[in-house]
Design a protein around this ligand. Sequence first.
Ligand code: FNR
Length: 388
Amino acid sequence: MKGALSRANNIADLRVLARRKLPRPVFDYIDGGSDDEVTLRRNASAFEHYELVPDVLTDVSRIETGTTLFGQRVRWPLMLSPTGLTRMFHGHAELAVARASAKHGLLYSLSTMGTTRLEELAEAYGGPKVFQIYIFKDRGLTAEFVARCREAGFHGLTLTVDTPVAGNRERDRVNGLSLPPRLTMKSMLSFALHPAWSLPAVTGSKFDLANVSHRVDALAAGPISLFDYIGGQFDRTVTWRDVEWLAAEWNGPLAIKGIITPEDAKRAVDSGATGIVISNHGGRQLDGAPAPVDQIGLVRDAIGTGPDVICDGGIRRGSDVVKAVALGATACSIGRPYLYGLAAGGESGVDRALSLLFEEFERTMILAGVNDVAKLDCRHVRRPQELW
Ligand code: FNR
């Protein structure tokens, strides 16, 4: 492992490396949130409000960390969230992330907005994988994805439901981020200052929303605003009836991503979902939304022990995963932490991010005196009254 990566002690250090490596508009696209970024900050800070309550003098010589997600056995309760446009952050894109994920025995999610074709990923990657899907205006396109995912051997689907419109990401507006990145005086300047990052590698034919471009005529017309593009694809008429349709069409593990309330979690399960991803899209959509970690107990109480409950957003330490599981989550999911690693050092950088988080997780389990994730429960976590 290269020097800088091996000296990164935590996810915050990887973020600093990513900021150095990437042109400002690209770093901000990863790092930023919507409006005033209140939810973005709260997602992470909410974890600080929970105390870990240890047991002592338990035998912690061996820690069982494994669990089951989307019906697949994983090494510890973590998965990699879907993120779009990954080729902008590193030339090896989704394949680098998926390889590191497989090495760590984790579940990888490929985004509809990814830059690698789902068939190519499935061929190159033997690990457990889910595909993140949207219900598009053109339901035929969604049905086509279902068929392609089944054919390619994906183990589950995640339906993202918190994007009826794109969030107001003001950093992207200020930076004039376009899809694909455009050669303008401003962008040339910011890219020229970052020789490690090659604009030709992400423009032109190599930069492609590989899974949808065959259906998106507009892209052929040249660079268009990211906001216009995304706005044009999303359908504000989607309802629970469409979830029922998708569940029947797929007939396999299906999680709904973007659930916040216990009422919606219940509706999701009643509509055929086998899992809930409590998420506010990493603070990139509705600013002001609650932090996922604060909703875990309510959601778990509403849907019982059967379905997977995944806490997505703000996880920056392995100890955050211990807290979330103790509160009732099956697992946590991360976006930016692995993207910082990817930008900092490709597959090795993702590997570093996942290793750091796992070491923190395992050490926290030992210090909390819990030798099996299945034994983590509400006794091990507390939110002091005065902080509510
Ligand atoms: C995302 N996220 C996301 N979600 C999704 O369902 N489809 C997508 O294409 C994307 N794309 C995307 C790009 C980038 C750059 C980021 C940072 C995030 C949201 C993602 O899946 C996840 O919900 C958040 O990243 C979780 O928050 P943290 O871990 O980044 O704090």
